[in-house]
Ligand binder design. Structure first.
Ligand SMILES: NC(=O)c1ccc[n+]([C@@H]2O[C@H](COP(=O)([O-])OP(=O)(O)OC[C@H]3O[C@@H](n4cnc5c(N)ncnc54)[C@H](O)[C@@H]3O)[C@@H](O)[C@H]2O)c1
Length: 403
């Protein structure tokens, strides 16, 4: 729950209404978060907020009235982030909302890698007309037998929203779990089971583990992190699980290693022509986050982000502006300014407040790359004169009177 949720949003004694548009179908449980002060419209031109899943916004004309885009999901390739920033539109995503869905499929992946469950099920389907099926099963089943995961070593690389869930769950399946994440957040560290062993050198995971699951973002530094050199360190019985991004793995090297018996299996959530149907590859059609619960969680989180931003000016989980949270406004006025991250800007804002006889009760300024966000709580309501002066400043994209 964010500060101010459930509170009516008022401006000069009048109820503030917000229009939103859904560019894709959004789970109802999320839309229910948007209360009677929110009205659904059909055209983005009439909206202050847009909820989106995969619809491409690259060729869309975005009106200046649009204040916020919330992506119900993690990836934001379908959204022109810089263009939005230039227009003062804050873009949110919903990190971690689908983490449990992915975690469960990783566990399924480990089990599928350990026994030939797929092959066995396919054999049963092939023999469906065979009157001797039940009898035949007892002689044929050994072809699909395997090992248990209890007691095996699992290495988790990347202990964020998904990685910690995978690591923690695996400890309950009696696996010996090793975790590697040099940049682990304090919050993630608090949530990590004490039974997960801390690894300082990722090569220890490559050399020792039976199952290696990667849960890192795709960055220049992580692209093809699983490559020939790394595979050469692994046991020939090792299983690689990739529910993060296919480009993290040199899949041609993996396919070659599988064919030569230098790896046991590669489980991927990202079908492509390199891995589909190849020996030792179990490729799932990107089902990690495809659960009802994940979609619900994403929709609820996206709607909460919209409310917190429109009603309080707070930014949490933005991909183009910095996080900034001043809670609920308890003074007479609050104004938010979206601007370029340049020197001397704050001084100019405070001068304008002074010239307009407005006292600042509290303020904050945060930056992210080229862009910055400033919020001011005021002892008297914001005036049009002050708004116009700020808007006229070079590098100011938008000025919002939040209260
Ligand atoms: N299969 C799916 O449907 C699906 C769904 C959601 C997310 N994902 C992918 O899963 C991955 C993890 O997502 P998340 O939500 O857990 O992300 P997250 O941001 O919560 O966690 C990522 C973690 O990786 C760590 N990290 C970064 N670079 C690292 C490195 N070089 N070595 C070790 N750790 C490193 C970070 O410190 C962070 O803790 C991402 O690639 C994401 O795109 C896939």
């Amino acid at each position: 729950m964010f500060a101010g949720q459930g509170q009516q949003c008022k401006s000069e004694g009048k109820l503030k209404m917000f229009n939103y548009v859904c560019l894709n179908p959004i789970a109802q449980i999320g839309l229910d978060v948007l209360d009677e002060n929110y009205r659904k419209v059909e055209d983005v031109k009439d909206a202050q907020a847009a909820l989106v899943r995969s619809a491409s916004m690259h060729d869309m004309e975005l009106p200046d009235s649009l204040d916020v885009v919330a992506r119900a999901g993690a990836g934001v390739n379908n959204i022109p982030l810089d263009q939005c920033a230039e227009q003062g539109i804050v873009v949110f995503n919903t990190p971690g909302a689908n983490a449990n869905g992915v975690k469960e499929l990783v566990l399924a992946g480990m089990l599928m890698a350990s026994r030939d469950i797929n092959g066995g099920i396919n054999w049963v389907v092939d023999e469906k007309e065979n009157a001797e099926l039940a009898k035949l099963t007892e002689t044929q089943k050994k072809a699909y037998a395997g090992c248990e995961i209890a007691g095996k070593k699992l290495g988790v690389i990347g202990l964020g929203a998904i990685g910690i869930r995978v690591a923690n769950a695996a400890t309950h399946l009696d696996m010996e779990v090793y975790g590697y994440d040099p940049y682990i957040s304090v919050n993630a560290a608090w949530n990590l089971s004490r039974n997960v062993k801390h690894v300082r050198n990722v090569e220890d995971i490559y050399r020792e583990c039976d199952y290696i699951s990667i849960h890192v973002p795709l960055l220049d530094t992580t692209r093809k992190m699983i490559n020939e050199e790394v595979i050469a360190m692994m046991k020939p019985t090792a299983v690689i699980l990739n529910f993060a991004r296919d480009l993290l793995v040199d899949e041609e090297a993996v396919v070659a290693a599988l064919a030569q018996g230098r790896l046991k299996r590669y489980i991927s959530d990202f079908p492509n022509n390199t891995t589909a149907g190849k020996e030792g590859c179990i490729v799932i059609p990107h089902l990690g986050a495809s659960t009802e619960e994940s979609e619900d969680n994403c929709a609820v989180m996206a709607a909460q982000e919209i409310r917190n931003y429109l009603e309080n000016g707070n930014i949490r989980n933005s991909v183009n502006f910095p996080n900034c949270d001043m809670g609920e406004c308890t003074t007479e006025g609050r104004v938010a300014v979206l601007h370029k991250n340049s020197k001397g800007v704050i001084g100019k804002f405070t001068s304008i407040f002074g010239e307009c006889d407005i006292n600042i009760a509290n303020m904050t300024n945060k930056s992210k790359g080229d862009y910055a966000y400033s919020m001011f709580d005021l002892d008297t309501p914001m005036t049009e004169e002050a708004v116009e002066k700020m808007k006229a400043m070079k590098g100011v994209m938008k000025v919002r009177i939040v209260k």
